[in-house]
Design a binder for this molecule. Structure first.
Ligand SMILES: [Zn+2]
Length: 918
């Protein structure tokens, strides 16, 4: 048997391996002197046990280190055949323990140690020892919390048994009164006292006014129990909270940690008092730390709910300072005194009111700065620090007598106050405050005559607003409807700033999606060349950095921002523009974080999407333009998202609008209709994808080249049909490589134009506009149709093959779910009415401008008051650009041929065709 025992645990280990019957029988054998010839040879201990059946030999082999038992064996059948630890082995162990401690170091081992959990075992063991007359108790004493029972096993041989707190009550109950007099005085009256104790948690405030919970045992205190606080050394620890409790009656509290090992699994004990059952229905109680601090936020909640969070863990005891505590959760900003204005800063003394009592914000801030707890104690009140104070870094003037705020903070305070009449101060100060917090035509608006910008009335208002933001150190979101010229307004404010700046070098950073990069460059070139823009894009962009000092404006993409953040965040930009700001609506993205790293005096977002319906996106955009302004996500959800989206709380919606409106401007087409022309045409440029470039070059080389050669020979007749075919092929490549592959899936190949189309479509759909899309290729129409199906966007298609044209048109006109009309120019261009739409996209170009115009006019009916945005898509560096120019130059020529493209085409000269094919 390779069993190892630690010598100093020799008997303890062994007694737990042996059955109780064998153990008791072993003790009997020892008591009856049935052991002889006990001897030791090196590491082997032998002994002979004489039993009624005969004698057997027991051998105990110690490990050579002398510290462990290696094996034990007995010659009896029970051990040899069945491997049972027999009473003979027990007897020898017992003998060594009692009489031969020179054989093995058994000090510190106690006898017998029975598994602690098994109380009945102990009890019967005790009964076995005492009631069967196997020993006489000579002494009972406490060693710490252990009750030590000394007994005489046989004459002159004293053994001892240790009982922990859980076993003590049963043992003491079992003692005959005669032995009770042996009990030490401390335990003479000890018995189990039911129904007078409880586990609980005691809450009090520590020196730093933090809420502390402490696990306690509570003893009902009454004259009959005579509990004194003088017990042992508990006095200091225990008396401090006694008698200061809210619980009915008097309880004496004992911190669980102070009781230490007097706490068992079933009982805890107070010497001289008694044993108290531990209530196991409070199972969560035992898992709590003996002392714990409750976090600030949780403390308030805990007090608000009367500590019920912990009531399942036992009785709750409160220090008197916590009883009758009142939580003031509804401080209302009631007055703002304006004391001074200096250098754009305002010095204020705002006041809150609760229950008719006024509390200064400064007082709260000063105290909060020290405590950092979200509640502040004041007499019987705990004042919850208002969210407004927690969100934001409020600075107190060095005199500590007033709050020093920026314009942005001023707006926030004003919105929180609600009623502007509660702002008090000298008239001049109030006027200045109004100028800084409410947009009005600024008196110092710079002239922008040095640009080519011709702003419409509403655009002028937008420009003035942007200047006001810049001038007052504020930031904004310009969310005008698609087509209303957000770019123009942005260029206006940049030009205004540029006209005032004496220094050179880049001041403006425009970040936009790749698809509108060229659009920005085109607009700046046409309307504000003074902005000296650099298109910072492409693999060789690094070389452009050296041109930065000569430029004003850097136009780049979100992709480049992400890669070149280290460069771009080095500048202190006058204006940082995020165009199509919905690209940064998700604050989890790296792009979002990169954008937040940029420093700009005016941070401006442009977006055509009305974001009131997507509060979290709005929040993210505001977190970029004015960090902290709307609080943390958690606060924002609690204050606005849940009440507005969940409970349709109109007050909260109004509150949010008041907070946001000074920093946001949005006009819809309908709102500015009188200011708009009936139709705005825009050509939007894109680039060919690599795949398109390869296809395009191949057609030029294999087909256009030979044609050019023959065209250049003057005498040959012009092969119009052949040229037309080649040009058609090139136009198809510009549209989408899928047209060459003869498929109708937009994923078959990459198209720069289709990417631009997708972003325009999504912008228009987001703004809830109906859209008409024209293409001259049926296959392209199918590709678009498949894409719309994939997006689950309601649409209709009208081509030459369509039946029931009237129904299709009616559906588009009347069904609010049908957002898109896709048609071929010939079929959709005449005799129908598409006035429900306000955006027209010509996916590809027609030679004949008046044909295009006719199609456009389906949407825009003369005399009808609506606004139509017409977008024509043109691929850069391709014949589409040349066609675009030619259409403009030869409009009158083409317009005579209304019906077929080929006919118009035949009016082109040899030079025109050569130009197109080159
Ligand atoms: Zn045996």
């Amino acid at each position: 048997m390779d069993t190892f025992f630690e010598p100093n645990n020799l008997l303890g280990q062994f007694s737990s391996s042996i059955s109780q019957d064998e153990w008791l029988a072993g003790i009997d054998l020892y008591r009856e002197n049935r052991i002889s010839k006990v001897d030791r040879f090196e590491h082997l201990i032998c002994g002979t046990i004489h039993t009624i059946e005969g004698k057997c030999e027991v051998r105990i082999k110690l490990h050579p280190s002398g510290r462990m038992v290696q094996w034990v064996e007995c010659t009896c059948a029970r051990n040899r055949k069945k491997g049972i630890y027999c009473s003979h082995i027990a007897a020898l162990f017992f003998h060594i323990h009692q009489e031969r401690d020179d054989f093995a170091d058994t000090s510190g081992s106690s006898l017998p140690q029975i598994s602690r959990a098994d109380d009945s075992n102990t009890q019967s063991m005790v009964h076995g020892l005492f009631q069967q007359g196997r020993g006489n108790i000579t002494k009972i004493d406490f060693r710490g919390s252990q009750l030590v029972v000394y007994f005489e096993v046989k004459a002159g041989q004293i053994s001892q048994i240790e009982l922990d707190v859980d076993k003590q009550p049963a043992f003491l109950e079992s003692l005959a009164s005669i032995e009770r007099k042996l009990l030490p005085t401390a335990s003479q009256d000890m018995k189990v006292l039911d129904d007078s104790s409880s586990q609980g948690i005691y809450f009090y405030l520590d020196d730093e006014q933090k809420l502390v919970g402490r696990k306690v045992f509570a003893i009902k205190r009454g004259p009959s129990k005579g509990i004194s606080t003088e017990i042992e050394n508990f006095h200091e620890k225990l008396s401090m909270h006694a008698g200061e409790l809210r619980e009915d009656g008097w309880f004496q509290l004992f911190p669980a940690e102070a009781l230490g090992s007097w706490v068992g699994q079933k009982y805890f004990a107070i010497p001289k008092v008694g044993y108290f059952p531990i209530n196991d229905s409070f199972s969560a109680w035992s898992e709590l730390a003996s002392t714990f601090k409750v976090g600030d936020q949780n403390a308030i909640e805990l007090i608000s709910n009367q500590f019920q969070t912990y009531s399942k863990n036992g009785k709750i005891f409160l220090h008197k300072s916590l009883a009758n505590l009142q939580i003031v959760d509804d401080l209302v900003l009631s007055e703002i005194k304006v004391l001074q204005e200096n250098d754009g800063w305002f010095y204020l003394d705002p006041h809150y009111t609760t229950n008719g009592k006024s509390v200064g914000m400064l007082d709260l801030l000063n105290r909060y700065a020290k405590s950092k707890t979200p509640f502040l104690k004041s007499d019987k009140m705990w004042i919850r620090v208002p969210d407004l104070m927690l969100n934001g870094k409020w600075s107190v003037d060095s005199s500590k007598k007033c709050l020093k705020v920026s314009n942005l903070e001023l707006i926030k305070l004003k919105q929180s106050l609600g009623n502007p009449e509660r702002i008090t101060g000298k008239e001049l100060l109030l006027r200045k405050l109004k100028e800084s917090t409410e947009f009005n035509t600024p008196s110092n608006l710079p002239c922008i005559a040095h640009t080519q910008l011709k702003l419409r009335e509403y655009q002028k208002v937008g420009y003035e607003w942007l200047w006001w933001l810049y001038d007052k150190g504020l930031h904004g979101l310009l969310a005008d409807d698609m087509g209303l010229g957000k770019t123009h307004q942005a260029m206006a404010v940049m030009s205004a700033i540029q006209s005032q700046q004496k220094t050179s070098g880049p001041m403006f950073l425009c970040i936009c999606p790749t698809t509108v990069l060229d659009h920005w460059m085109d607009k700046i070139e046409s309307f504000a060349p003074n902005l000296k823009a650099i298109k910072y894009y492409g693999p060789k962009r690094e070389q452009l950095v050296r041109n930065f000092p000569q430029s004003n404006t850097i136009v780049t993409t979100y992709g480049v921002l992400l890669r070149d953040l280290a460069l771009l965040e080095r500048y202190e930009w006058q204006v940082v523009i995020l165009d199509e700001a919905h690209f940064v609506k998700n604050n989890k993205t790296a792009t979002y974080r990169a954008a937040c790293g940029l420093k700009g005096r005016l941070r401006l977002c442009l977006s055509g999407t009305p974001m009131e319906n997507r509060l979290s996106e709005l929040k993210n955009i505001f977190d970029f333009i004015v960090p902290d302004y709307l609080g943390t996500d958690r606060e924002f959800n609690k204050n606005f998202v849940n009440p507005i989206e969940g409970q349709k709380n109109a007050d909260k919606e109004l509150e949010l609008r008041r907070l946001i409106n000074p920093l946001k401007m949005r006009r819809t087409k309908e709102q500015v209709l009188n200011d708009l022309p009936e139709k705005v045409e825009d050509t939007r440029h894109c680039w060919l994808s690599n795949e398109q470039v390869a296809l395009y070059k191949e057609v030029i080389a294999s087909q256009a080249g030979p044609l050019l050669d023959s065209l250049k020979k003057d005498q040959t007749p012009i092969p119009y049909l052949h040229v037309f075919t080649v040009l058609q092929l090139l136009k198809q490549i510009c549209n989408h490589p899928a047209l060459i592959r003869k498929t109708t899936n937009w994923r078959d190949g990459e198209s720069g134009k289709f990417e631009l189309f997708r972003s325009l479509l999504s912008e228009a759909l987001e703004s809830n506009h109906k859209i008409v899309i024209y293409s001259q290729y049926l296959q392209m129409i199918e590709i678009i149709q498949n894409y719309l199906k994939e997006l689950k966007v309601g649409h209709v298609v009208l081509t030459g093959k369509s039946q029931k044209r009237g129904d299709i048109v009616k559906k588009f006109q009347t069904d609010p779910e049908v957002k898109v009309f896709v048609g071929s120019l010939l079929a959709g261009g005449l005799g129908i009415d598409l006035t429900a739409a306000s955006v027209v996209i010509h996916y590809d170009r027609w030679w004949n401008a008046s044909k295009e115009n006719q199609a456009t006019d389906r949407v825009h009916r003369i005399g009808q008051k609506n606004f139509t945005q017409v977008i024509k898509l043109v691929s850069r560096g391709t014949l589409e650009e040349k066609i675009d120019r030619m259409i403009a130059e030869k409009a009158s020529l083409f317009n005579r041929f209304l019906e077929r493209d080929e006919e118009a085409f035949k009016n082109l000269s040899r030079e025109d065709l050569i130009n197109l094919l080159q």
